[in-house]
Design a protein around this ligand. Structure first.
Ligand code: HEC
Ligand code: HEC
Ligand code: HEC
Ligand code: HEC
Ligand code: HEC
Length: 492
């Protein structure tokens, strides 16, 4: 064992074998062999590991995955999909997270067991209550929050607790394929028709998940797809206005378009058509607010009769997709997913962040969402968005005051002997002003999705309010923006 004691005995030992004097001590020679063996093995190991890792990284970048669960058209539960795609599933679940400032504590009651809700918009702006007098929105209308909450917020809003609603409400608040498959015994079209006309309280008991993987993805290929009949019909009508006949969105849309279309299944203006309560999008003429109003005037649609003025008016809701479509980002091919589901790195993997939320949430999200295209700082991006919001708020306040004044004046006119034809004309202006105002305030980006377009629509609101007030006085200036004189009779 002394041989193994470095530097002490070796040379003595070698000196006894003259020929070997120039050689290294035996322990050193053996050590060298070992070093080669171990070193070689190490190098091989490191190279092999590197290779494996490179291959893995490449594979990860191509989004290959470990297939644990078999997915099919009846795999409704997102947690099963989550076994194959853990990071996307984690993101999806994270839509439960709320920013502290957005949370409002709620004391659970027998009727409404929620412990948190989002802020009440009606308290922030009482003009909304005036605008919606006579309609369910005047009793409860809150800020939106993450997708996790869509089912329960709909179940426990006073709009469904205290007013009858149709099953058609579920279209955009639940994972749909499960409900329509079960209701129609496998025939989704039949299931959809049945769901729409059921009472909401019955329909909601059939829902188990908020919008799930199966709503946006093909279970075999994971390709994006749309599953909502109203969108499939609506986008075909819109494409027809562009000269494209018989458009089949799931076959003809580009991947880029799909990154917005999956969202446009829900983030759009809609109404429930006829006794069947068929969810319908007013896109026959196009995607602008003018197109929507012209459509509703043509089909004679009215949501409610205004309690204070008797005007037959239309409630607009969340035209996020239509408004975005009028902006520079849509023109440049930027999609909803680019900003609200940006790519993020998980190790070497590039994945789509499934925590759908505001891109302005933090510097990290601004970086992920905006700085990929805009080569500037997070602070600058934030400043640009704040400026748009501030200008929007200012313009909105001006128009909303004008509309509120018109409503007050018509209300007074109905009890002060003003000639009926003048009131009818003023009511027509209210119908237009109210729909345009509602369209802007129920759009969720506070001006960002299409800043100039949004200000243009608000300008029309101010104008309609002014013309309505003049109509009450019997004055009719020449105008290029006159609405249909007689609002159509209510259809429901
Ligand atoms: C075309 C899709 C669609 C339909 C149909 C739909 N919603 Fe929604 N709903 C949305 C979207 C998108 C949001 C989130 C954006 C927002 O709040 O404006 C939302 C938000 C909500 C919210 C939370 C914010 C609020 O308004 O207080 C409630 C509650 C709600 N909807 C209830 C209903 C009820 C009741 C019905 C049926 C009368 C219905 N929804 C039908 C798409 C839809
Ligand atoms: C509202 C629609 C929507 C829902 C719901 C949804 N996804 Fe996605 N998903 C997307 C979009 C958009 C992309 C980006 C696809 C593209 O650009 O080709 C995507 C991409 C993916 C990808 C491709 C890899 C990646 O990260 O880019 C996987 C895997 C995936 N989603 C899994 C899931 C799983 C699992 C669920 C359910 C827990 C789910 N998705 C729910 C819209 C959705
Ligand atoms: C099945 C209908 C549906 C689809 C599809 C859908 N959403 Fe939503 N979205 C909703 C509803 C409903 C809410 C409001 C939920 C609530 O307040 O309880 C909402 C809320 C949001 C919010 C507000 C989140 C917050 O934290 O305040 C954003 C942002 C959003 N959606 C963007 C998107 C984007 C982008 C897509 C497409 C990738 C998409 N949504 C697809 C129905 C949908
Ligand atoms: C160029 C980026 C961009 C694109 C594209 C985009 N958005 Fe937005 N969106 C924003 C910004 C910025 C806001 C304002 C967020 C804020 O101030 O917190 C916003 C706000 C929203 C909100 C309200 C979020 C909240 O927290 O209340 C919803 C819902 C929404 N967008 C849906 C959509 C949908 C649906 C599409 C596609 C039709 C879309 N957005 C396209 C950037 C974008
Ligand atoms: C995929 C690329 C892309 C992404 C992502 C993107 N933008 Fe843009 N943005 C553009 C393009 C292109 C324009 C138009 C530039 C032009 O025409 O001069 C634009 C224009 C703008 C404008 C000027 C708007 C106007 O109406 O004139 C603002 C503000 C803006 N972007 C903010 C944002 C914010 C905030 C985000 C992130 C939430 C974002 N952008 C994400 C590409 C992008």
């Amino acid at each position: 064992m002394r041989d193994n004691e470095p530097g002490t005995q070796g040379s003595t030992h070698e000196s006894t074998h003259g020929a070997e004097v120039t050689l290294r001590p035996r322990w050193r020679r053996r050590g060298l062999v070992w070093a080669f063996l171990v070193g070689g093995a190490l190098v091989t190991f490191v190279i092999a590991t590197l290779l494996v890792s490179i291959v893995q990284r490449k594979a990860e970048d191509q989004s290959t995955f470990v297939k644990v669960a078999d997915l099919s058209e009846t795999t409704f539960d997102p947690s099963v999909w989550g076994r194959n795609f853990p990071p996307e599933y984690e993101g999806w679940k994270a839509t439960e997270q709320m920013e502290p400032g957005d949370q409002v504590a709620h004391t659970p009651t027998a009727q409404d067991p929620r412990t948190t809700v989002s802020q009440q918009k009606l308290e922030k702006d009482p003009r909304l209550v005036t605008m919606w007098q006579g309609y369910a929105f005047s009793i409860d209308y809150r800020e939106p929050r993450g997708h996790y909450y869509m089912l329960i917020d709909q179940r426990y809003t006073r709009r469904t607790l205290e007013r009858p609603q149709p099953g058609a409400c579920l279209n955009c608040h639940a994972s749909l394929p499960e409900i329509t498959t079960k209701l129609g015994n496998g025939d989704q079209a039949a299931g959809w028709a049945a769901m729409n006309k059921m009472p909401f309280k019955e329909a909601t008991t059939l829902a188990t998940h908020p919008v799930g993987c199966i709503d946006c993805h093909d279970p075999k290929s994971m390709a994006l797809r749309v599953t909502r009949p109203a969108f499939i019909a609506g986008i075909a009508e819109y494409k027809a206005t562009q000269g494209i006949k018989n458009y089949d969105v799931n076959k003809q849309a580009t991947v880029q378009e799909m990154r917005s279309f999956v969202c446009a299944q829900c983030h759009v203006e809609y109404y429930f058509k006829g006794q069947e309560k068929t969810l319908t999008f007013p896109w026959e003429r196009g995607l602008t607010v003018d197109d929507a109003l012209a459509y509703y005037d043509k089909v004679g649609w009215t949501d409610f009769t205004h309690k204070l003025t008797g005007a037959r008016v239309i409630k607009a809701q969340h035209p996020d997709f239509e408004t975005y479509s009028q902006g520079v980002h849509a023109k440049a091919g930027v999609t909803c997913a680019d900003c609200h589901m940006s790519y993020k790195r998980e190790g070497a993997m590039k994945i789509t962040d499934h925590q759908v939320r505001s891109p302005m949430t933090s510097d990290v999200t601004i970086n992920q969402s905006c700085l990929t295209c805009h080569h500037t700082t997070e602070a600058d991006m934030r400043e640009r968005v704040t400026t748009i919001h501030d200008r929007y708020e200012h313009a909105k306040n001006v128009s909303f005051d004008a509309l509120t004044a018109l409503i007050t004046d018509i209300q007074k006119a109905t009890t002060s002997g003003t000639p009926a034809d003048r009131i009818a004309k003023a009511q027509a202006y209210q119908r237009k002003g109210q729909f345009f105002m509602d369209y802007v305030v129920s759009e969720n980006s506070r001006g960002f999705h299409a800043p100039q377009y949004t200000l243009r629509v608000l300008n029309d609101v101010t104008d309609a309010s002014r013309l309505g007030q003049l109509a009450l006085l019997g004055i009719e200036p020449t105008t290029t923006t006159k609405p249909a004189l007689q609002p159509p009779a209510p259809t429901s």
